[in-house]
Design a protein around this ligand. Structure first.
Ligand SMILES: [Zn+2]
Length: 210
């Protein structure tokens, strides 16, 4: 059976982890598992005009805390948004370092089909750095041209609600259509039906080591 104890979520940008696997993070935390969250961009250049530069950092601290991640397990890097491809080698080195420090037994990262250039870098360098670990891609349907739903984590009403509440902390991103509560709940319901549960999150599994 699959029973990871230490989970590392790789988020190219703050909010990617909550969107892709916020319900699963909440479930892992409530089961007493250790969850780490590493985000690579604080995206100050993507903020609406007039917002403080650290807005997304503050929102990410609140959102991950809603999910149950201790502040000491939140790792924030400050690469420039849309420019991760220019820093691939440095990012690989950061990831190798995280592997050494944390030694996770499950890594959740963007899917291989993700079209965003920053997400591609975190996927490609992630599977390189964590090649001896179980890893799976989380789903961001607006970025995935194709996605194999071959791995599911079932969720309760409480865990989906915690995901929704965590995403509500991203007030600067509230206008995005994928941030809407009915979208988050609907997708979790669809994945739940596929997994014979009330709700679920779907993943694309790339490597599974038992
Ligand atoms: Zn992103």
């Amino acid at each position: 059976m699959f029973n990871p104890k230490k989970i590392l979520v790789l988020a190219p940008h703050t909010d990617d982890g909550e969107l892709g696997c916020g319900g699963s993070i909440s479930k892992f935390c409530s089961q007493g598992k250790e969850v780490f969250y590493a985000a690579f961009c604080l995206c100050s250049k993507s903020l609406p005009h007039g917002m403080a530069e650290n807005t997304l950092e503050v929102e990410c601290r609140k959102a991950t805390s809603v999910l149950g991640i201790p502040a000491s397990n939140l790792i924030l890097f400050n690469y420039e948004v849309r420019e991760l491809p220019a820093s691939r080698q440095k990012i690989l080195e950061e990831l190798l370092q995280l592997n050494k420090q944390i030694s996770p037994d499950l890594v959740l990262l963007p899917a291989v089909s993700d079209i965003h250039q920053d997400h591609q870098v975190i996927h490609q360098e992630g599977i390189r750095a964590f090649k001896n670990t179980t890893f799976a891609g989380y789903e961001l349907p607006w970025n995935n041209y194709s996605f194999s739903t071959n791995f599911f984590i079932t969720l309760s009403e409480k865990e989906v609600t915690q995901k929704v509440n965590a995403l509500k902390e991203y007030k600067s991103q509230a206008a995005k259509n994928y941030m809407k509560e009915n979208f988050i709940r609907s997708l979790a319901r669809v994945r739940g039906v596929q997994a014979n549960a009330e709700y679920a999150e779907a993943f694309e599994i790339y490597k599974w080591i038992v």
